[in-house]
Write a protein that binds this ligand. Structure first.
Ligand code: AMP
Ligand code: MG
Length: 356
């Protein structure tokens, strides 16, 4: 299939492209589009064939449900069987924006879209082009991230093209996304509500609206003794081809440890990559050192993480060592989301080092 790639610019041309995208979606085709979190791979959420095509294009296991994107809050009543007051309060506080709510699904939403579940994930994105496209598409667009299953979510159209060119009808290029990590997912079908995936909207922000909110027990540990409640979170995700480990400890000890590992690897003829903050990056001896940003600026780290993981795939590194980011509770509180994705990318390999 030939994929039409269109750069969204201000003015009429972009309007035309969004209408065309809407038409493609109405007819059961797939369109990748920018949102404020990451690029989405859209299909008509009410058409079971479109959802099947999304799973096929991504190579995604079909028990991993899709998020239904809407363009106005009132459409929540179409896709959800019940809309609790809590959902309305969250919508009021955080929509349009990077928050996905899990609610009991209505009969309008096919099981193909929800991976066989009786619940539905709903989000109203704030990206203006995304919202227009959803409106032109008829109001309900199922969209997971626009990457091949297992790869990091795309934060620029370049990465969407890498994964989806030839597999879908259209790619809308809206430049680099703003946030860079997927939406926060909160499950409102349980009491207290549970965060199934941390994101830009933090647990603290949710608590201010909802009162008590819990974290799914699996967010930061590989051995919680239970499966994640968001089916997608159980799969190895975002994983670069090189073997990734997170190194934690005092900065000097981390640098010494990693440089030693790099020398050992070199002696074996292996190539190492390193992910470091701007202040420590110059201290590493790795073959490929990627600077993720100022360690206090979690928004910048979040925006750069997936791109860096992808870049390593082109560098053919055997091993990657990453400094640890975002454990400190300060700043915007994006730290939890960054750590959760980094842990998943590393398959929970964490090395603790100490000063001697
Ligand atoms: P993605 O769109 O690629 O960010 O993936 C969607 C995420 O939402 C996956 O982790 C899914 O498991 C999760 N999700 C979607 N629908 C539901 C649902 N009804 N219940 C729990 N998790 C869901
Ligand atoms: Mg995804």
């Amino acid at each position: 299939m030939e994929t039409k790639i269109v750069r969204l610019e201000e003015g009429n041309r972009s309007e035309e492209s969004l209408r065309e995208a809407g038409e493609i979606l109405k007819q059961g085709g797939l369109v990748a589009f920018p949102t404020e979190t990451v690029y989405g791979l859209g299909g008509d959420a009410l058409n079971p064939d479109s959802s099947r095509k999304i799973y096929a294009a991504k190579g995604r296991p079909s028990d991993n449900p899709l998020i239904v994107h809407i363009y106005r809050t009132e459409d929540l009543y179409q896709v959800a069987r019940e809309v609790p007051t809590q959902a309305l309060k969250l919508a009021e506080a955080f929509w349009p924006g990077p928050l996905t709510m899990i609610l009991p699904k209505s009969d309008l939403v096919p099981k193909e879209t929800t991976g066989g579940l009786d619940t539905v994930a709903v989000r109203l994105p704030s990206h203006p082009a995304a919202r227009k496209m959803i409106e032109y598409a008829g109001g309900f667009v199922a969209a997971p991230s626009a990457n091949l299953s297992g790869r990091p979510s795309p934060t620029t159209a370049k990465y969407v093209i890498e994964d989806m060119n030839g597999r879908i009808e259209m790619i809308l290029d809206g430049g680099e996304v703003g946030i860079g990590l997927e939406s926060t997912i909160v499950d409102l079908t349980v009491d207290p509500p549970q965060v199934l995936r941390p994101g830009f909207i933090t647990g603290e922000m949710l608590s201010e609206v909802l009162g008590k909110v819990e974290n799914d027990a699996t967010l930061f540990t590989a051995n919680a003794g239970q499966a994640p409640r968001a089916p997608g979170m159980k799969y190895r995700h975002y994983a670069p081809k090189g073997d990734l480990a997170i190194v934690q400890g005092d900065a000097e000890a981390v640098i010494a440890f990693v440089n030693e590992k790099v020398r050992e690897a070199k002696a074996r003829g292996e190539k190492c990559g390193i992910i470091a903050a701007s202040d420590t990056a110059p201290r590493y001896e790795g073959d490929v050192v990627k600077t993720i940003g100022d360690r206090r600026d979690e928004e910048v780290i979040a925006r750069h993480l997936y791109g860096i993981l992808r870049e390593f795939d082109d560098e053919n590194v055997d091993r990657i060592y990453s400094e640890s980011f975002g454990e400190e509770a300060g700043g915007h509180g994006l730290g939890q989301a960054i750590m959760n994705r980094l842990l998943k990318a590393a398959g929970h390999q964490v090395i603790q080092v100490r000063n001697h």
